[in-house]
Design a protein around this ligand. Structure first.
Ligand code: PRX
Length: 635
């Protein structure tokens, strides 16, 4: 696969069937887009009225201090109330909220009522540990129901959760605990992955040794191997929720619409991860509206978002939005190909999944095993498919469409970011699709592809993707670093007041948007977002490395893989052992996803005269392509 094959603009159309059109919430995209455009505040106020508010807002959007926009100002609410409390008073009480299967094959189901009670119990546990409104709680666990329970329990009492993806190592975890200053951490003994135990509690023990902030650790027993439990600090989850204090009734904290709901760390252009901050009010309105309209979720659906709850996709579209709209969600703990490559297809058949939302890397990974695996299963329950995280190449799109969806299920290719909180550029089921394009902006969203000056580029030309108007689920700041928030996202087009996405895109003659990829120093590996600076600082923290450069190289399955170039310190010689040691070091410092596929030892790195590494040159070299204009190269 070449770089180019990722985003060719094609004019191959796929139209929805009569049945899809009949089902769709939004039958006429253009009409709704125009309605939203005409009065953006009225449009979002109308969507917000579908939810409960303890007190109605006084102002829909406060733009008086850009880019610190505020939504539903003066409104009182709590996302946990809309996600659970309100359903308990209706027939939804008896509906399944969550169907879960563990990798070993064990099963759990939660009705809305059961989930509500479990969330209340755990919320009371957190309270009894002294967690108060505004306090941060770090969550580091596998894909199990308690992860979702812990998140909503935090929201319920007004605490701010910071979920750290279970693939991060102790240093990454410690840095994020430190940044959020969490006193309480929720984890599990281990997680099942490909038949093995990922020993999460061991990682936690190492991490808390590096940071003095954590006072209490709550441990869910999942995998059952012996773990270290430190007296007075570590508590078993099952012990705590069995205490009288863990009553199944817990009052929901009354939150301001703009009170923080969670911090989610993501990679940017420096080595320090950014704590993206989202709030209760706007986020609940935006995520629930987008999920209803894009995935057309109905009571009879069984919706499966196969992402990890530790990423934004999981926060918005496994945890909060599905609960708010009263959906039945399915969640699976483990690897897609365990024990065989038909695991997902078997799950779809067994549980009658109707909507499957996943990532191109997973699609390409499963495609590699051939059509026989899915063809063995009855996938006729499916009616809609979705993709997120990176551009989907037309080949994978068509395989997903034809082999999995049997040509019946439109693919919702949703473009968005941790920062945007919800889908931004996305089809709705009723629109015509072109494989590889995320199509057009969601109603109310205004985007364009522009040059450095801010002028729209002609169709088919690369430009910067910008968002030109605030939206309710927008990030409010970078936790503890408002200056970085302004500089990173709002300074490139400060005059126009636009948000810079960091993505390069093209528009075609029909106004469809084609995402090319990141144009900053962010690499997407299997859809996971990593900063080159993070990987480089991981490498130079090894005593043998003087300088390092990391780049992303296209990969058939993972989208990109990391190539790293290292200059060694005097006294160190290149060797296979050192290469392995460096990979192990990165695994330890950041996590398995950041381990370079290839490490090359070099004497010099191509740099500009101002000392910036020219990754473009390294990338061209690695791919055997012309190196382009080298006039700015250091002499
Ligand atoms: O480059 C875009 C890519 O993922 C980036 C955001 O990464 P993250 O914050 O981890 O969120 C991923 C899940 C929402 C974007 O800047 N990206 C995301 N979705 C798509 C995409 N690229 C192309 N097509 C998509 N559908």
């Amino acid at each position: 696969m070449t770089l180019e094959s990722f985003s060719p603009i094609t004019n191959e159309w796929y139209y929805p069937s009569e049945e899809v059109l009949r089902n769709a919430y939004i039958a006429d995209y253009d009409a709704v887009y125009r309605e939203a455009d005409a009065d953006i505040e009225a449009f979002w106020a109308k969507q917000a009225q579908n939810l409960d508010w303890f007190r109605t807002w006084e102002q829909v959007l406060d733009s008086s201090n850009p880019p610190f926009y505020q939504w539903f100002v003066g409104g009182k609410t709590n996302i946990a109330h809309n996600a659970l409390d309100r359903h308990i008073k209706t027939a939804r009480k008896n509906k399944l909220a969550l169907i879960w299967e563990g990798e070993p094959g064990d099963k759990q189901t939660y009705s809305y009522y059961r989930l509500w009670r479990e969330v209340n119990r755990f919320a009371n546990v957190l309270k009894s540990m002294g967690v108060k409104k505004g306090d941060r709680v770090t969550i580091y666990m596998g894909r199990i129901p308690e992860l979702l329970i812990a998140m909503v329990a935090c929201a319920k009492i007004g605490a701010v959760h910071s979920v750290i993806y279970g693939g991060f190592s102790e240093q990454a975890l410690a840095d994020r605990i430190e940044d959020a200053q969490s006193r309480v951490l929720v984890t599990c003994d281990g997680a099942w992955l490909r038949g093995n135990i990922v020993k999460l509690k061991d990682v936690v023990d190492e991490a808390v040794r590096k940071t003095p902030v954590i006072e209490s650790i709550i441990v869910v027993k999942r995998t059952g191997q012996p773990v270290n439990m430190e007296q007075g600090r570590d508590y078993w989850y099952h012990d705590l929720v069995a205490l009288p204090i863990a009553s199944p009734i817990c009052e929901t904290a009354v939150m301001d619409a703009e009170d923080p709901l969670f911090i989610l760390y993501t990679s940017g252009t420096t080595g320090k991860p950014k704590g993206i901050l989202h709030t209760h009010g706007g986020y609940q309105v935006y995520t629930s509206t987008t999920l209803s309209w894009v995935f057309d979720v109905k009571d009879e659906d069984r919706y499966w978002c196969a992402a990890d709850p530790g990423w934004i996709t999981g926060h918005s579209y496994i945890v909060y939005a599905p609960l708010i709209i009263g959906a039945t969600s399915f969640m699976y703990e483990g690897a897609p190909n365990h024990p065989y490559p038909n695991r997902w297809w078997r799950l779809i058949e067994e549980y009658g999944i109707t909507i499957l939302y996943t990532a191109p890397t997973a699609i390409r990974g499963l495609m590699r095993f051939g059509d026989a695996w899915p063809n063995r299963h009855d996938l006729s329950s499916l009616r809609l498919l979705g993709s997120v995280g990176e551009p989907i190449n037309p080949e994978a799109w068509k395989w997903f469409y034809n082999v999995i969806g049997k040509g019946r299920c439109p693919i919702m290719d949703t473009w968005w970011q941790t920062e945007t909180g919800g889908f931004m550029i996305t089809p709705l089921p009723s629109v015509g699709l072109k494989p590889g394009s995320a199509t057009r902006p969601f109603p109310g969203i205004k985007v364009d592809v522009v040059d450095e000056a801010g002028d729209p580029v002609p169709p088919g030309t690369d430009g910067n993707l910008v968002i030109q108007r605030p939206w309710p689920a927008m990030l409010r700041t970078i936790y503890g670093d408002p200056d970085r928030f302004v500089k990173q996202y709002w300074s490139a087009y400060a005059k126009q007041g636009w948000y810079l996405t960091g993505d390069t895109a093209r528009k075609d003659e029909d106004g469809y948007i084609w995402i090319i990829g990141r144009n900053d120093d962010v690499i997407k590996v299997s859809g996971y977002r990593l900063g080159t600076a993070e990987i480089e600082s991981g490498l130079v923290s090894h005593p043998a490395v003087a300088e390092a450069a990391a780049i992303g190289i296209p990969d058939e399955v993972r989208g990109s893989v990391i190539y790293a170039y290292c200059i060694l310190r005097a006294g160190h010689q290149p060797s296979e052992e050192l290469r392995d040691a460096l990979k192990e070091h990165v695994r330890h410092e950041i996590g398995p996803i950041a381990v370079p596929a290839k490490i090359e030892f070099v004497d010099v790195l191509p740099k500009t005269r101002s000392g910036k590494i020219m990754r473009r040159v390294l990338r061209a070299r690695a791919m055997g392509q012309p190196e382009g204009d080298l006039s700015t190269l250091e002499g």
